[in-house]
Design a protein around this ligand. Structure first.
Ligand code: HAM
Length: 428
């Protein structure tokens, strides 16, 4: 054994094992079901990309690009970054493969950001998300937002709110930023320490700042929502009306500017009232009508959202939602095999082929020790295969949750086993 202390997962990352991983499986399967019902296909793209995909995609000046990306050089002197988010890689793949539009992709991905780790904020987190490329129809905005809303509702979450805003398109945003810049220049000395010097680089960031000095200044600042051009205003109104028609409440939040430069028009965030303020976003997204061009493709509209799995699980816990997402997958059968050799392995193979989840003990343990493991396993039934059973082509069936089957133990012929199991365990 080595003298050095054992390795641990890096700070800000975590292992997902056992009961926890059952909840992850449940979440991902539920999201996949939703995505399919809304016409999305799974997309899998590399975890690392040319660093330019992200720098140009999310904006060189964004906090994530400046301070949080994991950038590395490979042995061929190419500079890559681990993905800090899921949208830019999908757009890169869209440009590369030129699929028919609208192109609708969903994903489940780790994302890497060098953040200060705390509850709900990690250096590797995981997102479930969707992206749609090739239409600026406001009805797709409604669909994307409603997919997220229905997904959260289906998980059993109740204490969350939807905030929505419009960032306008490039032209109306540019005119607004000039206005905001003018306003901030008159109040620069009243801003928080960071923004007192940096407001000019990206004035929109100041709107997002939670510091009370910045909030006091921006409370009276002009808001983009009041300076949209007619087209962007009309687009936003149709999106809002569409959400109302689905019975989805959305509060307009003029300060919602989001952290990446690619956003245009509709932006939205789902916040949980069950989580701590600074980490309370359980999902967010919006339109990015200029991003495909920004990454070298033809002008193409896009919209999507991402939702943090860790935050969803924290929210489920905080709201006390258990049910399907708290339960470990059930084991149907535990095989207690005191014969050893191939007979047990053949029986296991047949049981699993029939669709039962089956486990067993190894290493020739005693009958008593195997029965203990069977009890611990949570299986509904134990099947005992001993020398007597093997000789008679039988198996002993033992009910591990007395009462379930009316009888606790019985010998059955192996030829009848599957008919009996089908009756008792009902594989679906
Ligand atoms: P985002 O708001 O940066 O957007 O992240 C989406 C979600 O991921 C957040 O709402 C939050 O639930 C979770 N999240 C973000 N950072 C962390 C972290 N450090 N630790 C734990 N959870 C985190 C995006 O990434 C965009 N790509 C979303 C999008 C898709 N926009 C358009 N399409």
């Amino acid at each position: 054994m080595s003298d050095s202390p054992p390795f641990k997962a890096p700070i800000g990352t975590h292992d997902v094992l056992g009961v926890d991983s059952a909840r992850w499986e449940g979440l991902v399967a539920t999201f996949a079901g939703f995505a399919h019902r809304y016409g999305f296909h799974l997309a899998i793209t590399p975890l690392f990309e040319d660093v330019g995909v992200f720098k140009r995609g999310i904006g060189e000046q964004s906090e994530v690009a400046r301070k949080e990306m994991y950038v590395f050089e490979d042995r061929g002197n190419r500079t890559f970054a681990l993905r800090p988010e899921g949208t830019a890689p999908i757009v890169r793949a869209f440009i590369q493969h030129n699929p028919t539009t609208p192109f609708k992709a969903w994903y489940f991905t780790p994302a890497f950001r060098y953040e200060r780790p705390q509850a709900g904020r990690y250096r590797q987190h995981h997102q479930l998300g969707v992206e749609v490329l090739g239409t600026d129809d406001p009805m797709i905005d409604v669909e994307v937002v409603s997919l997220a809303q229905r997904f959260f509702e289906d998980l059993g979450l109740r204490r969350f709110r939807l905030l929505i805003n419009s960032m306008g398109h490039a032209q109306c945003r540019a005119a607004y930023v000039a206005l905001l810049r003018e306003y901030l220049s008159q109040h620069a000395d009243e801003l928080c320490d960071e923004h007192a010097t940096t407001w000019s680089e990206n004035p929109l960031r100041v709107l997002d700042c939670k510091n009370e000095r910045c909030v006091a200044v921006t409370d009276k600042a002009p808001m983009l929502i009041d300076h949209l051009c007619d087209d962007c205003r009309a687009h936003f109104d149709v999106v809002r009306a569409g959400l109302v028609a689905l019975g989805i409440d959305a509060s307009v939040e003029p300060r919602l500017v989001r952290g990446f430069d690619y956003y245009s028009r509709t932006t939205f965030e789902f916040v949980s009232d069950a989580l701590e303020g600074a980490q309370n976003a359980i999902g967010g997204g919006g339109r990015y009508d200029g991003l495909v061009e920004q990454l070298g493709g033809k002008p193409t509209s896009g919209i999507g959202f991402g939702s943090g799995v860790e935050r969803l699980l924290l929210t489920l816990d905080a709201e006390g939602v258990t049910g399907a997402f708290g339960a470990q997958r059930e084991l149907d059968i535990f095989l207690v095999d005191t014969v050893g050799g191939e007979a047990g392995s053949v029986l296991l193979d047949r049981l699993r082929h029939e669709g039962y989840s089956v486990d067993r003990a190894y290493d020739q343990r005693s009958m008593k020790s195997q029965m203990k493991l069977a009890d611990k396993s949570g299986a509904r039934l134990a099947l005992l295969l001993g020398a007597q059973e093997l000789a008679a082509q039988e198996v002993t069936m033992k009910d591990l949750r007395s009462g379930d089957f009316g009888t606790t133990q019985e010998r059955v012929a192996q030829v009848d086993l599957f008919a009996i199991l089908a009756q008792r365990l009902k594989v679906t």
